[in-house]
Design a protein around this ligand. Sequence first.
Ligand code: 6R9
Length: 619
Amino acid sequence: MSDPDGFWGAQAERLDWVKKPTQVKDVDFTLGQVKINWFADGTLNVAANCIDRHLETRGDQTAIIFEPDDPNEPAQNITYKDLHRNVCRTANVLESLGVRKGDRVVIYLPMIPEAAYAMLACARIGAIHSIVFAGFSPDALAARINGSDAKVVITADHAPRGGRKTPLKSNADTALLHCKDTVKCLVVKRTGDQTTWIAGRDYDYNEMALEADDYCRPVEMNAEDPLFILYTSGSTGQPKGVVHSTGGYLLYAALTHEAVFDYKDGDVYWCTADVGWVTGHSYIVYGPLANGATTVMFEGVPTYPDASRFWQVCEKHKVNQFYTAPTAIRALMGQGTEFATKCDLSSLRILGTVGEPINPEAWNWYNDVIGGGKCPIVDTWWQTETGGHMMTPLPGAHATKPGSAMKPFFGVKPVVLDPQSGEEIDSYPVEGVLAIKDSWPGQMRTIWEDHERFEKTYFGDYKGYYFSGDGCRRDEDGDYWITGRVDDVINVSGHRMGTAEVESALVAHVSVAEAAVVGYPHAIKGQGIYCYVTLMNGVEPTDELRKELRTWVRTEIGPIASPDLVQWAPGLPKTRSGKIMRRILRKIAENDFGALGDTSTLADPSVVDDLVENRMNRE
Ligand code: 6R9
């Protein structure tokens, strides 16, 4: 793109500004003086852009389809008019609790419409939200409430998920023991179960919203005012509070949502993420609603009541665009195809994937079984830090290759750097670390109250670039392949190997459902390859199979990738968003059980005990 500033200046027109910006970009990536500003003299309100401006043309159109955890509970269609009323009421409730422009509000809710109301209500009054995934522990919640000095935490009685219930209010009670006693707790009724109640601290959302006024004026915000904080893990230290902006972020989420999913008026779009993650922020709420879309909010899990749930929901709501994570695809693939083929998936037009490299085996299954070979797959590489898609094929415009994120999005300038020298490598094919040369509107602006850490983390290693932390390969056609976090790279006898490559080979074997690979210290090779393997249902874990897998990987990739150790893993330690916690697997592989760290954020912490108990015996 020859004139990115001209492009972005023109794109700004897709938002409704109170005061149109005259400036486009003011950016410096130099360590010590990093600043990122987009449309800095413009003013707008995000909620007005996501709701009010649609009322005249699509007030009666469904904005949100809520699909509850229990398939027998009716779905809800929330129109843009309903959304407006509910968001205004919620905004007025927050104001009555003393929340003002610039204040922080923590949202700890299930995947229910009130989560979207709460986000947009904050945006409407200029408060900064910080969502904490409902699967996080009280400790993590307390750290985030304190980290942003939040005035209010919004929670629910319980969070139903997969037929079980998480006691959110009780978790919040525990968390609040470690917070300032001025923090107020606003409680949404979800299951109706009894919870403890502290008068003067706890407030009943449903009661208050019913009494609140139907209208709340949207506050005029500067384009660079923070919209939200979202905590994310780094390779070191405590999670970082990633800060996103009002104008640039919304513009980027909206444009990528429309272009990447080829969203057209009247389409029904479903992203299966949780609003606790950035994918839920950008691609369930902000991007789709800014575009006046119909977006599905799903409260449940892919395998409840059984492995056909995703596909039943697609059939029921005639979903056109479906966006999920490779881990879900692999889990469902392991259950067999009948769960999908018995559903009518003919409404699907575009399939998306995000969160980790997708192995060709899963890609092909997704393509053939779910997409019937006729839906382009958009493999979207991006990060909490980037706000929106950075690399992805565009449906209809780009060819796809199983496992490749293909091309940068409009105006994004990826570079492959030599990890040692930090030099850009222009040629291809080439492999190195992935950095971005110049800013894009959705880029994070800072780490909450720690700009120095922001500069050091992202601009410290490779001067003048935003460093992604990912490794990548650019092939002979100039297409990009993300090889995984560079901290996951194993160096075996001086050869670098992406753990994702070995995992991909393993899961390509008929007996393997899932695999995670880490490095461990090896006297001769430097690092050896340690594989945790989850077998398909009903497959016997035998020594023969172990040998077979070693041979399999040798033939799939080469002798250098030959697994040194294969441990049978009935389950892998995963975060609630489905990311495998390699840190823990590395420690187990290293026999370093004393340093497993915090396992409380795992979906199922007991998995770790099993892995420790059955670790491979080695001298
Ligand atoms: C959106 C999101 C970011 C990290 C990122 C990378 C991995 C995400 C990917 C992918 C390969 C893709 N990642 N999408 N790797 N192909 N399509 O997931 O944000 O939770 O911050 O994770 O996820 O390693 O650096 P976040």
